[in-house]
Design a protein around this ligand. Structure first.
Ligand code: A3P
Ligand code: MG
Ligand code: MG
Length: 380
């Protein structure tokens, strides 16, 4: 059962001035100067193979291959015969990142390493995708979220919990949507080679268990972050800048035929694309525009640093500063409220569109997500 705020009130009963235990998501609140966001630095990477096994290396990294003038990719090809889909019922939580942390503990050595109570030099450990959801929250009107937070040896771990609504949507996905999910991965196959001097293999199997993930460190104002995100491919030129600057994000989108479609693309799609790639410092998105039958009709490159210029003519459009300031204030809110340093305590932060962020506290519940193998290793 949820004991609302019990740790907050018992740990700091006389805190004054009394601060709100909710957080606003209204855009106007976050319209201020852009917060300090340090250039993200890649500290490592890992791979997940066709059976979703973890490897502490870059074996799954693929190489971007410039498409020809008339791509004509058929994104429907192979959907029935050459598609292996990751099992979405398996909840991996932060496990792969935690595995990576244990495998790389020596190079992460804290300046306070002598102090066993603080083995990591980070305030937050999470997936990039969770931070993307935070960045877009002030503009999101459809889907809420649940984020489980545990404080363990001074570091706050953030792991998403699937909402009831999201689970229902997933279980009732129309066949057309299932096929369109495949299109994004099929586009990657047309655009990537396994080696720097190789060619794409459109006849191969699309297996969504496979992933290459970068692990980056950065700082958002006073929040020291370590997060990991999947990377689609890199520039094949060996003289390209070091990661993450050589990485390329691939996307598909419906072709734009009318002004209304362009406006929607700017207002909704570019927000998601910008947030996802800005966080880890991936400089560009290569987009395949496809028709209703899944044929790619054009390919266009978007520089992440130019997206805010591109949307400036759009009336009442999203602003990067609102996204980053909300994320920053959410992390401050988490730091202030998630005070109990205990791997079996979860602060469950919850948000629904048009509402404030709230939270509840749970001990030894279904929400606990730090595995015993991690707790044990970090305790010794
Ligand atoms: P598109 O991006 O072309 O839509 P990513 O772009 O993050 O690398 O993800 C690759 C593909 O996974 C997406 O291609 C899409 O097909 C699928 N995908 C990712 N997140 C999804 C989501 N929340 N819902 C549906 N499909 C998703
Ligand atoms: Mg991807
Ligand atoms: Mg992609």
């Amino acid at each position: 059962a949820a004991n609302h705020h019990q740790y907050q009130s018992s740990a700091a009963p006389e805190q004054s001035p009394r601060r709100s235990q909710t957080l606003s998501t209204r855009r106007e609140v976050y319209e201020r100067d852009f917060p300090l966001y340090k250039q993200p630095v890649e500290v490592g990477s890992f791979s997940l193979d066709s059976q979703r096994r973890f490897f502490n290396d870059s074996r799954q990294l693929r190489y971007y291959v410039e498409p020809g003038r008339n791509p004509n990719f058929d994104l429907r090809d192979g959907y029935r015969e050459r598609y292996v889909r990751r099992d979405e019922n398996v909840k991996e939580k932060l496990d792969h990142i935690l595995r990576w942390i244990l495998a790389n503990r020596s190079k992460l050595k804290s300046k306070l390493a002598a102090n066993a109570s603080c083995p990591l030099d980070f305030d937050f450990v999470t997936w990039r995708g969770h931070l993307t959801k935070l960045l877009t929250t002030p503009y999101e009107t459809k889907e809420g979220w649940l984020l489980a937070v545990t404080r363990f040896k001074g570091t706050l771990y953030i792991s998403e919990v699937e909402t009831e609504a999201a689970r229902r949507e997933r279980e009732n996905r129309p066949e057309r949507n299932k096929e369109m999910m495949y299109w994004g991965y099929k586009f990657e196959q047309y655009m990537c080679a396994d080696n720097a001097d190789g060619e794409p293999d459109p006849g191969g199997v699309v297996n969504t268990n496979e992933a290459f993930c970068t692990v980056v460190q950065t700082r958002l104002t006073d929040h020291r972050l370590l997060f990991s995100g999947e990377v689609d491919c890199r520039d094949r030129d060996p003289d390209a800048p070091a990661p993450p600057a050589c990485y390329v994000e691939l996307k598909t989108s419906a072709e734009i035929c009318a002004p209304k479609q362009r406006s929607n693309f700017h207002r909704f799609k570019l927000l998601k694309w910008w947030a996802q790639s800005f966080l880890p410092g991936v400089p560009k998105v290569v987009a395949g525009f496809r028709d209703h039958d899944g044929i790619v009709v054009s390919v266009e490159t978007f520089q992440i640093s130019k997206i805010s210029q591109l949307i400036k003519n759009e009336h009442n459009c999203w602003k990067p500063t609102v996204c980053m300031n909300f994320c920053c204030d959410f992390l401050s809110f988490v730091k202030r409220e998630a005070t109990a340093d205990n791997p079996s305590v979860v602060y469950l932060f919850s948000w629904e569109p048009h509402k404030d962020v709230t939270y509840s506290v749970h001990r030894d519940s279904q929400y606990s997500f730090l595995p015993n193998w991690y707790i044990k290793e970090m305790t010794s």
